[in-house]
Design a binder for this molecule. Structure first.
Ligand SMILES: [Zn+2]
Length: 330
């Protein structure tokens, strides 16, 4: 994706939506109601005590701001919620170009770091590997490093999160970028759980401008219900792929709405038995040393990459709310 000025967040999200939705037949994450559960072996019950590391993408500025709000306010609220839940050390994945294009972004990043959080590399411009050459992608990774060096100071910022979770549409590209990351000391920050947490933010901002409290209450419930459904799906995907659940990495975005919802989301996870560990602890699990080693047309979570590469069925899912959300408070 080319460098963008203002409005980049919604373009990013539109592209993410396209990546996810275009593939009702073939993509990593067909819209939930397009997924067809296939009768197969019944899955074992979910673990009583699952583990997750939280991660936040597209720092330091992502998503439309509510009327009158600032990036500094959002970053302050986000780190306050994380600290209240003793989640210092959480990784946020940075696109350096946002520091230049978004007002308040440098201050927001300082707030994240001053609160004891970590940062990793998400490429300079949120580049899509599947639409670019290996050379251009590696250049975009390298271009981001001075920012990580400058802001990260002594932190280990050698964790890499692929934009759009795209690891290469050909196996040659996949292997080449993986080799580059290895040679440059990076570990890949895989994802096992994600629920398009960014998708409620625009509607939230619109409804806030209209002071439509009833619809905002609906958005909040929809966010938690959808998170619960996608988390179950992600864990079932692990059962299908690995035969057991693995410690999880959850992908979130530092949008105003996810910031607003974070404490409720964490409460829900704890009620489901989740406890939280660091990214390094989670990814020390041997499952993360595995690699589907295949070119994949769309991005996907770690278990989804194996489902796609091995042509395994997705677990069945309830209808999702994303179409409905785009129409609210218009
Ligand atoms: Zn991203």
């Amino acid at each position: 994706m080319a460098k963008q000025a203002s409005g980049a967040a919604s373009m990013e999200f539109a592209a993410m939506g396209a990546a996810a939705g275009a593939g009702a037949q073939s993509s990593r994450k067909p819209s939930l109601d397009a997924q067809k559960g296939r009768p197969g072996q019944p899955l074992p019950p979910l673990d009583a005590h699952p583990v997750a590391a939280l991660t936040f993408d597209d720092l330091p500025a992502v998503g439309t701001l509510p009327p009158g709000a600032s990036r500094v306010e959002v970053a302050t609220a986000l780190v306050s919620a994380l600290k209240a839940n003793r989640l210092e050390g959480t990784y946020g994945f940075v696109n350096g170009d946002k520091l230049e294009s978004r007002p308040g972004a440098p201050q927001a990043l300082e707030i994240w770091l001053d609160a004891g959080m970590n940062i990793g590399n998400h490429t300079w411009s949120h580049m899509r590997l599947n639409a670019n050459s290996v050379e251009a992608f590696e250049q975009d990774i390298a271009q981001n490093e001075p920012v990580l060096e400058q802001y990260g100071e002594s932190r280990n910022w050698h964790w890499f999160r692929y934009p759009f979770l795209e690891e290469g549409d050909t196996v040659e590209k996949r292997r080449a970028v993986r080799a580059y990351l290895r040679e440059h000391g990076y570990r890949i920050a895989q994802v096992t759980l994600e629920f398009k947490d960014w998708a409620w933010n625009d509607a939230y901002c619109r409804c806030l401008a209209r002071q439509d409290e009833a619809v905002i209450a609906w958005l909040r419930q929809s966010y938690l219900d959808t998170a619960a459904e996608y988390i179950r799906l992600g864990r079932e995907e692990e059962l299908i792929v690995f035969g057991h659940e693995i410690p999880n990495v959850m992908l979130l975005h530092a949008t105003p709405f996810t910031t607003l919802m974070l404490s409720d989301l964490l409460d829900m996870l704890r009620k489901q038995g989740f406890r939280f560990e660091s990214l390094a602890q989670v990814e020390s699990d041997p499952a993360y040393a595995e690699d589907p080693d295949a070119g994949l047309a769309s991005g996907g979570t770690f278990p989804e990459q194996f489902l796609e590469a091995r042509h395994l069925p997705y677990p069945s899912a309830k209808p999702d709310p994303f179409q409905q959300i785009t129409q609210l408070c218009q």
